[in-house]
Each structure stands twice: as structure tokens, then as C-alpha cells.
Design a protein. Structure first.
Length: 217
């Protein structure tokens, strides 16, 4: 079962999503929060796998709640990973980009079809973004202008791993990477895993964020 926490200040919206997820045999709603402060507390208490996080809420918005959820001290206390999907009302939302920088795995429009919502939950649970890689690059490229030099860990990457990292940041999928670099998909997956491990990143989404934050693309 994929454990889901719903966070939105509109009770009617939360109830509708809960009903939708309740019809899925592999999804379970383990809690609901009306603001970001409650969300941070319930993440610690209910240990969800995926959080559906509204961007705009009273008391504490979804961006700040996401930052607190992925803060190093909070992450260190967890025994299993948590993924966040932020919910917004329009595409290419600057706040959504900031939430992705803080650790979210992508965003969805609040009027997304139910089948897209359930598919997105399963997708981020597997460690993949819910934005197409090229859309993610456009979003971050238009809002993130990083100039911080890469950390020392970047020097641990091999030349091929650096090449793979830059292609991921450019929006290429594993299949496209394999074709471009004349490698098998399994080899690409090995390189991606090594990049995540060496840089201490959680998933491919954070690889893209890393590249933009440090001016690599």
C-alpha cells in the first residue's frame, strides 16, 4: 500500500480526493491537514509515502511546509522516504519551482483528472518526477539562476557520470540517454544510481535542481 497524506485548506477538495484514492486498491489515505503546520506534524506522526501538498494555504503555505519536511534534521529522523507532490492552480508556478528546489518531486494542477492524480502518486513513489523532464527543465530554467559552485562531492563523479548528469538536466530520459551515448539502459541506470549516491541526492528531480543551482546548465 502507498500511504498518502492530503494537505489542502478546502475540506471539500480533500474529501473528493480521499474518495478518489479510496477506490484504488494500492492507495491509502492516512491523514488530512488543512494547513502546512498540520502537514509537517502529520508527516512525522503518520509516516506517509506521498504527500499531496497545496501551495497556497493559511498559517503555513505548501512551499514552507515542504522546506520543513525535507529539512536535514527532519529527514534524519525518518526511517523511510517521503515524496511531495505540490498542487497548484496554474502551470509554471514560481512557488512550485521553489517547492521542487526544497525537495518536492513535481507538481500537478488542482483540476487534474483523477486518473492522472493516482498515476502521479504511483510515479513519485517510484522515485520519478510527475513533470516531463523537459517541462521540469523549462520550469527551473525560468526561475532558478544558480551561481553557487558545485560542492566537493561533484569532483567524485567520473567524466561519464558528469555527462549523464548534464543530459538528465537537459531533459533526456534513460532511453534517450542510452541512444545518445550508445549505452544500454541498464548501464545508464547504474550511472544515475552512482550520481545519486555520490551527491547525496534522492532522485532524478533533485539531479535537475542540483544542475541548475550550481550553474552547470
Amino acid at each position: 500500500m502507498i500511504r498518502v497524506l492530503l494537505v489542502d485548506d478546502q475540506e471539500l477538495f480533500r474529501s473528493g480526493v480521499a474518495v478518489t484514492l479510496g477506490h484504488e486498491p494500492d492507495l491509502e489515505v492516512v491523514g488530512q491537514a488543512a494547513n502546512g503546520r498540520e502537514a509537517v506534524r502529520l508527516v512525522a506522526e503518520t509516516r506517509p509515502d506521498v504527500v499531496l501538498m497545496d501551495i497556497r494555504m493559511p498559517e503555513l503555505d505548501g512551499v514552507e511546509a515542504t522546506r520543513q519536511i525535507f529539512a536535514p534534521d527532519a529527514a534524519a529522523r525518518r526511517t523511510s522516504p517521503v515524496r511531495v507532490i505540490v498542487l497548484t492552480t496554474f502551470t509554471l508556478d514560481d512557488r512550485a519551482a521553489t517547492a521542487i528546489r526544497y525537495g518536492a518531486s513535481g507538481f500537478l494542477l488542482k483540476d487534474a483528472a483523477p486518473e492522472l492524480l493516482t498515476a502521479a502518486i504511483r510515479t513519485v513513489h517510484s522515485g520519478t518526477a510527475v513533470l516531463a523532464p523537459d517541462d521540469l527543465s523549462v520550469l527551473l530554467g525560468s526561475t532558478l539562476r544558480g551561481s553557487t559552485p558545485p560542492p566537493a562531492e561533484f569532483g567524485l563523479l567520473t567524466e561519464k557520470e558528469r555527462e549523464v548528469l548534464l543530459e538528465i538536466a537537459g531533459g533526456l530520459s534513460n532511453a534517450e540517454l542510452a541512444a545518445k551515448l550508445y549505452l544500454s539502459e541498464s548501464t545508464i541506470k547504474t550511472h544515475v544510481g552512482s550520481i545519486l549516491r555520490k551527491l547525496g541526492l534522492r532522485d532524478r528531480v533533485q539531479v535537475v535542481v542540483f544542475a541548475y543551482e550550481h550553474g552547470l546548465v
